[in-house]
Design a protein around this ligand. Structure first.
Ligand code: MN3
Length: 250
């Protein structure tokens, strides 16, 4: 009896409450509660989202097919962003902390943070490093000068960078970085590691200027086991204007 009476009172209270304040107010009241719930995590960074791709999924055909781009961006890379945000909350990372700062201190975080902070940073940079295919796609200006200064000529640079991608065992990335003295260097990293991470496995550290994803998910549908063919085609896509901006720190 007591229980039924309580239920009745609760029900009629809810009904009269809704009748007085109206459904819309109820909805906004509820959403303010859920906002408040998020606010209890408000000090933690939950803000790293994927930027929209700077081109359509099919814009990189015939070097990278549309299906590969769609799965790569909307499934693989999306998962890194989602898992990064989960790790941010779980590990109570302050909201203002930049991704670069996290990467520079990655040894103090979990494996989940390492894989997904790296995965998110690497892919966001990778999308920007590409543009629709250009015939005779070569660097010019400042970036060409710096490449020639560090590697002799563009052909030598291209071979060294391609080799870094081809010889990376398993999954990983090839990188052109600017080290702390401003010198350009080529390196590669395993899995979703990158040259910003403070880990002993990272042989060459520096600011990433250009990167190439050599995970099988980046090329397998079109190229199967022929990673070298994918890399050769990829050179047609490099957005040298963007690379130049990375070089000058813009
Ligand atoms: Mn990838």
């Amino acid at each position: 009896m007591q229980n039924n009476r309580r239920k009745f009172l609760k029900k009629s209270f809810t009904h009269s409450f809704l009748a007085i304040v109206g459904w819309n107010s109820m909805v906004s009241l509820l959403s303010s509660f859920s906002l408040h719930e998020n606010d209890s995590n408000g000090d933690f960074n939950i803000g790293f989202e994927q930027k929209p791709l700077p081109y359509a999924y099919n814009a990189l055909e015939d070097c990278i097919d549309a299906q590969t781009m769609e799965i790569h961006y909307s499934k693989h890379a999306a998962a890194y962003a989602k898992n990064l945000n989960e790790a941010m909350v779980a590990e109570k990372v302050q909201k203002e902390t930049s991704l670069e700062t996290i990467l520079a201190n990655i040894s103090t975080y979990s494996a989940k943070m390492r894989n997904n902070a790296g995965g998110h940073f690497n892919h966001e940079l990778f999308w920007q490093c590409m543009q629709p295919k250009t015939v005779n796609n070569l660097p010019k200006g400042n970036i060409l000068m710096e490449i020639e200064k560090s590697f002799g000529d563009f052909a030598s640079f291209k071979k060294l960078f391609s080799d870094a991608g081809k010889t990376r065992f398993g999954s990983g990335w090839a990188w052109l970085v600017k080290d702390e003295t401003g010198k350009l260097k080529i390196t590669s990293t395993a899995n979703q590691d990158n040259p910003l991470m403070n880990l002993k496995e990272i042989e060459i550290k520096g600011t990433p200027i250009l990167c190439l994803d050599v995970w099988e998910h980046a090329y397998y549908l079109k190229y199967q086991n022929k990673r070298a063919d994918y890399i050769e085609q990829w050179w047609n896509l490099v957005n040298w204007n963007f690379v130049e901006k990375r070089l000058s720190g813009k």
